[in-house]
Design a protein. Structure first.
Length: 350
């Protein structure tokens, strides 16, 4: 006969489960970005899979493979290709001392600065280059980790799509709140993901493309490179396109190209800045919006964890966390109401 009671055995099992869960979570910390990427891609690809497999009757495995292939072509390859291009350009600019000397020389003619300020500017530019180099993933130095992360992500994503109904029913079954709250959380999680990934991504690409186009038309150097940099920076509401086109325009004015400089400033503040508000209003009506404070704090949290992907994953994590708090508050209030009704009923029965 066991020396432990039924309740004691359950408590021991719970402690073992928690300990093993913490150990597994600690072991998976290196691939946490891949797991989060899987959830994000699953949310984005889910409607397409339902349409192909359930509405059009295409074989489930074939539909999943087709969507994975499309995501690789449209998302993964362009992102890492652009990241590699940006990384090589940043390294090239860091090693080009003449470029920064000319930059400082033009700045001194536009705004008189002393030697100390000049030294601070040079040090700031150098540190910004080092930080940006570490931020973007390198396909050469981190090839193994990147390939491993992508393989894990697509392995999980394939089975999540093929076994969609089973996967989602398991999430509802083991979720730590009621079924209706589970569905509510899933819907809000979907809207949050669309708003931050699809919506914000669209806004950033439009603004980056406008910066690149205006640089090209006005004769600025490296329009494609600066357009891509603008696209990444636009994920941070506080910074945005002005951090790129304002210094570029001022450098043109300092070099004597006043038309190119003033035209860039006017186009930037009239068109590029305001297109953000127009697109954000349209997207907010479709899939919702994320408050700028959440975005900024999320970026601060996400960049140290995920690098450049933290621009997207950081705000998502913070948004999911806030959603969970709201669900918990709703459940707690419902429980309090039920307890109050039960207490009143018992008192009336007495």
């Amino acid at each position: 006969m066991s020396i432990f009671s039924y309740k004691q055995r359950n408590n021991i099992n719970l402690v073992i489960i928690i300990a093993l869960g913490c150990l597994i979570a600690y072991s998976l910390q290196g691939v946490f970005g891949s797991i989060l990427s899987t959830l994000v891609l699953y949310t984005i690809l889910r409607p397409g899979y339902i349409y192909l497999a359930e509405h059009k009757g295409i074989n489930k495995q074939l539909a999943a493979i087709l969507l994975l292939f499309i995501s690789i072509v449209l998302i993964i390859l362009p992102f890492y290709g652009l990241s590699t291009m940006v990384l090589s350009k940043i390294t090239e600019l860091q090693n080009d001392h003449i470029y920064f000397q000319n930059l400082i020389f033009k700045l001194k003619h536009l705004i008189p600065v002393g030697e100390e300020v000049q030294g601070l500017i040079e040090e700031g530019i150098r540190k910004a280059g080092v930080w940006a180099t570490e931020l973007f993933p390198s396909l050469i130095s981190g090839a193994f980790n990147i390939v491993l992360g992508l393989l894990l992500m697509y392995f999980l994503l394939y089975f999540m799509l093929v076994e969609r109904e089973k996967f989602e029913s398991s999430l509802v079954k083991y979720a730590p709140f009621r079924e209706q709250n589970s569905h509510r959380f899933a819907e809000q999680m979907r809207d949050t993901t669309y708003a931050n990934v699809v919506g914000q991504g669209l806004i950033c690409m439009v603004q980056g493309s406008l910066v690149s186009l205006s640089f090209f038309v006005l004769g600025y150097n490296d329009p494609v490179f600066w357009g891509i940099i603008t696209t990444f920076i636009c994920f941070v509401p506080i910074l945005g396109p002005p951090i790129i086109f304002v210094p570029a325009a001022l450098m043109q004015i300092a070099a004597g190209n006043e038309f190119a400089g003033w035209a860039m400033l006017v186009f930037g503040f009239v068109v590029i800045i305001n297109i953000d508000n127009v697109l954000r209003f349209i997207i907010a009506k479709k899939v919702g919006n994320i408050h700028p404070i959440i975005t900024v704090i999320g970026v601060v949290i996400g960049i140290p964890l995920f690098g450049i992907l933290g621009l997207v994953f950081g705000p998502l994590l913070l948004s999911y966390f806030i959603l969970l708090i709201k669900i918990y508050e709703t459940s707690a209030m419902a429980s309090e109401r039920l307890e109050r009704i039960k207490t009143i009923s018992e008192s009336e029965g007495l």
